[in-house]
Design a binder for this molecule. Sequence first.
Ligand SMILES: CC(C)(COP(=O)(O)OP(=O)(O)OC[C@H]1O[C@@H](n2cnc3c(N)ncnc32)[C@H](O)[C@@H]1OP(=O)(O)O)[C@@H](O)C(=O)NCCC(=O)NCCS
Length: 213
Amino acid sequence: MTNTPVTYHLFTRADAEELSRLLGEVFAHRDPPAVAVGLTASEFQTFVRLYGPKADAEGLTVVARSAATGEMIGALLAEDSASAPPDGFDQLSSKFNPIFDILGQLDTEYFAARPRRLGESLHLFLLGVAQGFAGHGIAQQLVAESLACGGRKGYRMAVTEATNKTSQHVFRKLGFFERVRRSYCDHLFEGQAHFVSITDQGGPMLMNREITP
Ligand SMILES: CC(C)(COP(=O)(O)OP(=O)(O)OC[C@H]1O[C@@H](n2cnc3c(N)ncnc32)[C@H](O)[C@@H]1OP(=O)(O)O)[C@@H](O)C(=O)NCCC(=O)NCCS
């Protein structure tokens, strides 16, 4: 799938700073909703940094490194869908609020009929690949590695909120199906439309698939 020699590893606390720097840059510049609300790399980095201790404790997050340089070039931050969010959301920029609102709507609808229980559902949360390495199958391999890791730990379902056409394509290719969708065009938060600049992306989708042992 890729010509770039890449190694895949489970995240450890030693990766924390590089992970937040990578995902901060990738999301602030290329994730459509983050771009639409004007989040900076530093603001997004603060958000990712909150998840470091949890990612280390849960052992579900996968990172990709260039085999040539050792540089982190991709990551998939994953968590147990039923575990508590980290502390510190009060430190975050209020620019996140429209994003939390639209993605929260997907989760509220999906989980209304499915009580969350620890150890059952893997949440594939932040998937990012550095710009210079895009299009080499690294995201697809990160998802495959994360599913394999979750499967070994006993998870039988994986869930994600895919915010754009590329990530939706990646997850579809890896066997995910659309379950809930919202529209960027129709969304209002506190009476304001925050996503008018990204209506070409349609809307975010909650997608899931079973993980077979
Ligand atoms: C989404 C992202 C992680 C994909 O990483 P990547 O390593 O380039 O992905 P891959 O190379 O594994 O696969 C990309 C696939 O999307 C396809 N694709 C590219 N642009 C596309 C588009 N506009 N619409 C649909 N599919 C698209 C590619 O053709 C490829 O599919 P193929 O293998 O069938 O040809 C990367 O673009 C990224 O980091 N984006 C910014 C952050 C982000 O949006 N994260 C997802 C949030 S849910």
